[in-house]
Design a protein. Structure first.
Length: 275
């Protein structure tokens, strides 16, 4: 990973775009519909730049660019110079915008057109109402946490919500049905009390040297696993598909496995095969 992706909340932020023309217009359009305050400037303004959080500079090489860059860097802002990654504190990714759900693809400035092609593929796979689903889950976050204080149990219930009738109803625009399905998912995750019913499982997956051999379903299940049980030299390309926070274990004892299952963990047993 050559650069670290991070998401900056835009509420209360000041974004300054310096320059004119299509390049500057394109940067300003990135923030259409966002809660950020966007200020357009033809050139550098010391007072405005002192309050900026993000600065985009779309100026040709020369003294005007040098001045704008120096003033922008002297403040607190992160600075991007259009088409000049070597002068920038960050590069602009290609973005899939679904409100609270944002996917960003970057190439560290090496191949912007490649990022655009990948974004177009993601756009086709991303439901238009995906942001509504995120809002639906967020609005019920406190209740879900109250009912399921244990993180592993809560993840299992959230999977049931996000992969079941509740999500289907939200994406169809039927919030009344979604609410009932959400309540049903909570009830299904309990066993007569407010404590979650254990429902751990071990899922075996044999993997070769290439992650491309995995089916889409296998990749999704691997990415959802709570814990990895590793056997053999599992390729890094396969490991990259798992959650980064999922613990990795080699040669666990039977007692350890039973304890994980009793806690309701979904364990992916990855077995490396040759050939």
């Amino acid at each position: 990973m050559d650069s670290f992706p991070a998401f900056l909340p835009l509420a209360g932020r000041c974004v300054v775009v310096i320059g004119s023309g299509e390049a500057a217009d394109a940067k300003a359009r990135l923030f259409d519909g966002s809660p950020a305050t966007v200020i357009r400037l033809p050139g550098a303004d010391r007072d405005v730049l002192a309050t900026a959080d993000l600065v985009f500079i779309a100026l040709p090489d020369g003294p005007e660019l040098d001045t704008a860059l120096a003033l922008a860097r002297s403040g607190r802002a992160l600075v991007n110079v259009v088409d000049r990654p070597e002068l920038s504190a960050f590069t602009t990714p290609s973005i899939v915008d679904r409100g609270p759900v944002v996917a960003a693809i970057g190439t560290n400035g090496a191949a912007p057109m490649l990022a655009t092609r990948l974004r177009q593929q993601l756009e086709a796979l991303t439901p238009p109402r995906l942001g509504d689903l995120a809002d639906f889950v967020r609005a019920r976050q406190a209740e879900t946490r109250r009912r399921f204080p244990d993180l592993v149990a809560r993840r299992r219930v959230l999977r049931r919500i996000l992969e079941g009738p509740a999500a289907t109803a939200v994406l169809a625009g039927d919030l009344e049905a979604a609410q009932q399905a959400y309540l049903d998912a909570l009830e299904a995750g309990t066993s007569g009390t407010a404590q979650p019913a254990p429902a751990g499982e071990v899922w075996d997956l044999q993997v070769g040297p290439d992650a491309d051999a995995l089916t889409l379903g296998e990749a999704r299940r691997l990415g959802a696993a709570d814990r990895l049980w590793l056997e053999g030299d599992v390729p890094d390309t396969v490991m990259a598909l798992a959650r980064r926070d999922a613990p990795r274990d080699r040669n666990p004892t039977d007692d350890a496995v039973q304890a994980w299952l009793a806690a309701g963990e979904v364990i992916c047993r990855l077995r490396a095969i040759r050939g």
